[in-house]
Design a protein around this ligand. Structure first.
Ligand SMILES: CC(C)(COP(=O)(O)OP(=O)(O)OC[C@H]1O[C@@H](n2cnc3c(N)ncnc32)[C@H](O)[C@@H]1OP(=O)(O)O)[C@@H](O)C(=O)NCCC(=O)NCCSC(=O)C[C@H](O)C(=O)O
Ligand SMILES: [Mg+2]
Length: 315
């Protein structure tokens, strides 16, 4: 499958605490593909109401944005979740991010709650996978989340909560978590939805952040969640096809188009075997590069949710 050129890039998804009222507007201008307005863990209990109101006011004042906008609500099993969901429903972001999703039932509960509102048009949902139960059930969550009525578009790894819940600690924690992260990637790919890596907490460590962005790209994530504007450049670079990869993809497409290769399933290309699946990968990479180079395309989402979620890769 070749990636349609309208699929949004989600290389960088920056969290901003919802109660940082004065910074909300600026956050959308700093170069990340996605801004996630957080009502959950970045907001203290006493500030939940203010954060909800600040995000609501921000969306009312600026109904459109050049970036994809996501609101992370508190879980429906908390004292704030239902109010958050109603506020998000009114704001109409591109998606609502549900924290600590442990089973598809969590998503179905959100859908039920939305259906009880007087304007139940379905919002896209994103799901944080950040608990042991969420990892164990990731494939079912992603698969059932794509069934009719649950418009799940993206899984997001929550490494802080995952480390907390499992006891993983120390400098080697991420290496130990690799199998779990790959389970999230695999679950998303099997369901043909997007998947984002967890945050890098040390926002003053540019080298470490860049290395983790590169690693996330190699692991198959579409992008990385971020906590600070200083991390956006590293994520955008790591999750964009590089110039050498683009040049090679163009040569591969040209090679398959040569008359002597017409109809062939496999060719020798620059000393290695290239099959038609590699051609599709090269075409997907070129489509992604074109999309990133032309930010106007970011806004062109099709009406058909299935099309917009359709996915292909070619880093
Ligand atoms: C980490 C921070 C608390 C650091 O804040 P601060 O010390 O104020 O940063 P700076 O002084 O370097 O800020 C410089 C300017 O940049 C703006 N800024 C900072 N962070 C953001 C941001 N996230 N979005 C937009 N703008 C930002 C400042 O306002 C300064 O601007 P100016 O005054 O105009 O110069 C802080 O960065 C922060 O709060 N980050 C986000 C934290 C957050 O949202 N956490 C929740 C998500 S992480 C998570 O929970 C993932 C998952 O659930 C898991 O379990 O892992
Ligand atoms: Mg979390």
């Amino acid at each position: 499958m070749v990636a349609p050129s309208f699929i949004r890039a989600r290389r960088s998804a920056m969290f901003i605490p919802g109660d940082r009222q004065s910074a909300l507007r600026k956050a959308e201008t700093l170069g990340s593909d996605v801004v996630i307005f957080d009502l959950e863990d970045a907001v203290a209990p006493a500030a939940k109401q203010d954060a909800r109101e600040a995000v609501r006011a921000h969306f009312a004042a600026a109904p459109a944005s050049p970036v994809e906008r996501v609101i992370r609500i508190n879980g429906l099993d908390t004292p704030w979740g239902t109010e958050d969901l109603l506020a998000a429903r009114a704001a109409m972001p591109d998606a609502v991010l549900i924290p600590k999703v442990e089973s598809a039932d969590t998503l179905l509960a959100v859908v039920d709650a939305l259906e009880q509102t007087d304007a139940p048009d379905m919002l896209r949902l994103w799901a944080m996978i950040e608990t042991p139960g969420g990892i164990v059930n990731a494939a079912t969550i992603a698969a059932r989340g794509r069934e009719a009525g649950v418009p799940l578009a993206c899984l997001v790894a929550g490494t802080n909560d995952l480390y907390k819940a499992t006891g993983l600690a120390g400098p080697g924690a991420r290496a130990h978590a690799h199998p779990w992260l790959m389970q999230i990637v695999l679950a998303a790919r099997a369901a043909d939805i997007a998947v984002l890596d967890g945050v890098y907490n040390d926002h003053r460590d540019a080298v470490g952040c860049a290395a983790e962005c590169q690693e996330g790209a190699q692991m198959g994530f579409d992008g990385k969640t971020l906590i600070h504007p200083g991390q956006i450049g590293a994520a955008n670079a790591a999750f964009s096809p590089g110039p050498e990869a683009v040049a090679r993809a163009r040569r591969l497409v040209a090679a398959f188009a040569e008359p002597q290769n017409e109809g062939r399933g496999v060719i020798a290309f620059e000393g290695a075997m290239a099959e038609r699946l590699h051609l599709e990968q090269a075409e997907a990479l070129l489509a992604r590069a074109a999309r990133i180079a032309d930010p106007d395309r970011q806004g062109k989402e099709p009406a058909n949710a299935d099309e917009s979620l359709s996915h292909a890769h070619g880093n």
